[in-house]
Design a protein around this ligand. Structure first.
Ligand code: CUA
Length: 337
């Protein structure tokens, strides 16, 4: 009996030390990014319960094992075998029933959290999300706005209706906790209620190709006033886009072009468009050409035709756009001096 009491106390002490140790090391809570959504509350709560259970189970295995190794070790002069036991029904019932209740309790807590996370607000703001190699595009159907940045009003549920243009991607904002795959041929939903104003990033959490690592866009949680101002500003930009250049710019956002091509000279996956019109392009096979309209059309419809030195044309899929759309895009590219 004495051994049971000592081991019992040691298990409790070890469990507490393990939990505190994990907490100090940051594994239990501090390694989490800041919680910025209503949904993260129940996920973090469940996570913390699991860390407590893990700390206890760790102690329950390590302490009796170490205690037995030390206290019941073979001492000098002992040569016989240990005592032989033929089973213990009480113990077997205990270690079957207790874990059963523990698992049931966690199943209940898991189902409860899932219910909280999926709670539907009928007034949720609908935003369409398009994922494609290697960028995200956000469309606000109510306002006819298309953006590369996802702006969300604080304390309001949004439902993202997500589609993929090519392969499987995964929408993940660590601060929101919830993660959802985007699957070709399907519309997947992602509900979130941001609770903390700030700048975050959506990352793609599904290996989707060579530039998977760079598939991240800004997610900005605004106050209602800032959000309204942003919407008004975007609508003004959309209204101004009645010119070919403006329509072309909108097309480059909508088709995800600017995920790989910068407009300010910086190097991304593909060549920057700044100053590209009329410039001399050097190719990997040693030839070169002037970037005229025909060259830009070829680069959009058949990117693999020629390989610009320093870039891999296989990063870009061929785009099927109408002649008019391409003319608008060229008009826009010509403005990028
Ligand atoms: Cu998209 Cu990884």
């Amino acid at each position: 009996m004495r051994h049971f009491i000592i081991v019992g106390i040691l298990v409790i002490v070890m469990a507490i030390l393990t939990y505190v140790g994990l907490d100090v090391a940051g594994i239990a809570t501090q390694m989490h990014p800041i919680a910025a959504s209503l949904q993260s509350v129940s996920i973090d709560w469940l996570w913390n319960r699991e860390i407590i259970a893990i700390s206890f189970l760790f102690a329950l295995i390590i302490v009796p094992m170490t205690y037995s190794l030390i206290v019941f070790r073979r001492r000098k002069g002992e040569t016989g075998d240990g005592e032989h036991f033929e089973g213990n029904t009480t113990l077997e019932i205990t270690w079957t029933v207790l874990p059963l209740f523990a698992v049931l309790a966690f199943a209940y807590m898991g189902a409860y959290s899932l219910g909280e996370i999926n709670r539907v607000d009928p007034d949720a703001l609908v935003i369409k999300v398009k994922a494609q190699q290697f960028t995200w595009t956000f469309e606000y159907p109510e306002y006819e706005i298309v953006s590369k940045e996802l702006h969300l009003p604080v304390d309001q549920q949004v439902v993202l209706k997500m589609e993929s243009g090519d392969v499987i991607h995964s929408f993940w904002v660590p601060e929101f906790r919830v993660k959802q795959d985007v699957v070709p041929g399907r519309v997947t939903e992602y509900r979130i209620t941001p609770t903390l104003v700030g700048d975050y990033k959506v990352r793609c959490a599904e290996l989707c190709g060579a530039s998977h690592y760079s598939m991240e866009n800004l997610v900005i949680v605004n106050t209602q006033a800032d959000y309204d101002a942003w919407i008004a500003e975007q609508r003004a930009i959309a209204a101004a886009s009645q010119t070919p250049e403006g329509r072309g710019q909108l097309l480059t956002v909508k088709n995800g072009c600017i995920g790989c091509h910068s407009v300010d000279g910086s190097k991304l996956v593909g060549p920057s468009w700044q100053g590209i019109d009329g410039s001399t392009r050097d190719f990997a096979d040693g030839t070169s050409a002037i970037a005229d309209d025909a060259y830009i059309i070829e680069s959009i419809r058949n990117p693999q035709a020629r390989e610009v030195t320093g870039f891999s044309p296989s990063s870009m899929p061929p785009y099927t756009l109408t002649d008019e759309e391409i003319a608008n895009i060229i008009a826009y590219i010509k403005t990028l001096k």
